[in-house]
Ligand binder design. Structure first.
Ligand code: 5CA
Length: 445
């Protein structure tokens, strides 16, 4: 993309109403614009990051054997009356009436709708196990929408639902989700710690939230500092291997890590004092096992091996896709702007032309642009007729991990400059070597 043809409405001043850094930088970098309280338009740069995150979530869900689909945002109130949640859900639910006077709602989550699909089409245990998921907009009429996309009213969520014959099989689905989530967040450059949590209106006893530690997080968390040493890394996973998934769950959940809802002071105090940490975290996902709560209420049964009908065991598993955009910025920024991890960056590499209109500089930039594009990467070329300082400030603000700077002086010596946004370190390389290095950095990602 050439910046002269893009739509990147950056703001010079800090917006007055943004209290946390991710909100401030998302507005300043022209990623989002508020449409109403807690409802945002995703401008091109923000939309690109949202899509990258969505892609990673899809890839990891499919890798785990879960099946993508799409359900609508508007749902019928009657389904929610069947589960009893139409009344229970309270004021967070946006209720709508259509022209025929039918009660509808903008879905805050999809347990009822998916259970209805399941009961219509699945009748035998032979079709289990089954996990279906979608990534769709949700609406919760939060009392205090705030912090930009972190606590929106309209937000983008991946929600997945497993259907299994018995509790043991459903717990394997739970474990599989936990493992796939660990991988998903690490690919985004995040450490998200699974913590024992409370199930709220979704229901059930088994639930973990995934938290990214950040001062601006809304949840208070208590944990053994040893959990922060764990990393998923590049493990080969067989998602059908029950023992392997179970052992990874144990590895990542056996150390003390809880949100304030389930915190147990006595257990916590058993830890050596130096390892007791109290901090704040951003909840970027949650997994639930709730057994037969919905299947019994809504008659989702299958014929078991003995021919008798059994209600299926279910769980639901969510990832806050739009919230993640903010969470990644909270975890990765400096005073100049965002620092995107390579896995989610909107463009792979910036190209800054220090002297637009200089024949050699223009040509070198065009060549770099073409070579990076031919390698399947997306460069963002700042080809505007602007001062170098302004171009650097924009690049630093929007946070691309790598920048190639091209100027007439360097070109006389046959070099351009490759700079890491994270470390600020630069090296002079021939244009070919700079391209080769950037390609190598992204190889395999
Ligand atoms: N049905 C279950 C799992 S699919 C469910 O709805 N879970 S949830 O309530 O925990 O939501 C899943 C994730 O969506 C949360 O972990 C959080 O990351 C994100 N989320 C929830 N509410 C909001 C909100 N108001 N704004 C942005 N993201 C949110």
């Amino acid at each position: 993309m050439r910046l002269s043809r893009y739509f990147l409405p950056v703001l010079k001043e800090d917006p007055a109403d943004a209290q946390i850094v991710s909100h401030r930088y998302m507005l300043r970098a022209g990623m989002i614009k508020q449409a109403q309280a807690g409802i945002y338009s995703w401008l091109p740069l923000g939309f690109k990051v949202l899509k990258r995150i969505e892609e990673i979530v899809h890839e990891e869900q499919i890798r785990a054997g879960h099946i993508p689909m799409l359900m609508p945002t508007l749902q019928s109130a009657d389904l929610w009356r069947e589960s009893g949640r139409y009344e229970d859900y309270g004021e967070e639910m946006l209720r709508i009436t259509d022209r025929h006077g039918r009660d509808m709602l903008y879905g805050p989550t999809n347990e009822e709708l998916i259970t209805d699909i399941f009961r219509t089409h699945v009748s035998s245990y032979k079709d289990l196990p089954l996990t279906l998921y979608h990534i769709q907009w949700k609406f919760r009429d939060e009392r205090r929408p705030r912090f930009g996309v972190m606590r929106g009213r309209e937000f983008y969520m991946k929600d997945g639902y497993n259907f299994d014959l018995d509790k043991a099989a459903a717990m394997h689905a739970y474990n599989r989700h936990l493992v796939s989530y660990l991988r998903t967040y690490e690919r985004m450059g995040l450490q998200a710690i699974p913590m024992r949590a409370d199930s709220g209106p979704i229901g059930g006893d088994d639930t973990h939230e995934f938290l990214v530690l950040a001062e601006t997080g809304e949840s208070e968390v208590f944990y053994d500092s040893a959990v922060t040493d764990l990393s998923f890394g590049d493990r080969a996973i067989d998602y059908d291997d029950v023992a392997q998934c179970q052992s990874i769950l144990e590895e990542f959940t056996s150390k003390y890590a809880r949100t304030d809802e389930t915190h147990d002071e006595a257990l916590f105090n058993d830890l050596p004092e130096a390892r007791r940490k109290v901090a704040r975290g951003i909840e970027v996902g949650q997994i639930f096992y709730f057994g037969t709560k919905y299947s019994e209420a809504m008659g989702a049964t299958v014929q078991g091996p003995d021919g008798k009908p059994v209600p299926v065991h279910m769980g639901s598993h969510g990832i806050g896709v739009s919230r993640l955009v903010g969470a990644i910025i909270e975890a990765s920024h400096d005073e100049k702007g965002i620092i995107w991890p390579e896995g989610v960056t909107p463009f792979h590499c910036g190209i800054v032309n220090l002297k637009q209109g200089d024949e050699a500089a223009d040509k070198a930039c065009e060549n770099l642009y073409e070579q990076l594009s031919n390698a399947g990467l997306e460069p963002l070329y700042d080809d505007r007729d602007e001062r170098a300082g302004g171009k650097f400030a924009t690049m630093d603000l929007i946070g691309l991990p790598w920048r190639i700077t091209v100027g007439p002086r360097g070109l006389k010596n046959g070099v351009v400059e490759l700079t890491s946004r994270k470390t600020g370190e630069s090296e002079e390389l021939t244009p070919e070597a700079a391209v080769a290095k950037v390609i190598l950095i992204y190889a395999g990602s």
